[in-house]
Design a protein around this ligand. Structure first.
Ligand SMILES: [Zn+2]
Ligand SMILES: [Zn+2]
Length: 123
């Protein structure tokens, strides 16, 4: 079976180490929206090894510095969708690193909490 992230051309890489690589998202929600992806094919965050987590974390920090220099954002969200119910559409684990800019949404409070209506009021 073909996989977009297993078949990714190296020319698209914006960073790489032993176990992971990074690209800019093809459909960015904000300028500089990046994806950090393990090289091994597996679906879930919960199947990741400690070594992969360390490599991915290193790359998140490297790419963050690149994004800071290029786009100078005011904040970040880091997100992982795990399972179709949670919105995962590409079933090869990836971390979204999403730069945030003042005023990019009307009410930023709560950040990634806001994907769904709360069960009880939040602030
Ligand atoms: Zn894959
Ligand atoms: Zn995704």
């Amino acid at each position: 079976m073909s996989c977009l992230f297993c078949d990714m051309e190296k020319m698209n890489y914006i960073g790489e180490n032993d176990l992971a690589y990074a690209i800019f998202d093809k459909f960015p929600v904000n300028q500089g929206h990046a994806l950090i992806i393990p090289k091994r094919h597996f679906e879930s965050y919960f199947d990741m090894t400690e070594e992969e987590l360390v490599s991915i974390n290193r790359l998140i920090k490297e790419v963050k510095i690149q994004i800071d220099h290029k786009f100078n954002p005011d904040g970040y969200n880091i997100g992982v969708n795990i399972g179709e119910t949670a919105g995962q559409t590409i079933f090869h684990l990836h971390f979204h690193l999403i730069p945030r800019y003042s005023g990019d949404v009307e009410k930023p409070i709560g950040g990634i909490r806001n994907f769904k209506e709360s069960l009880v009021p939040y602030k």
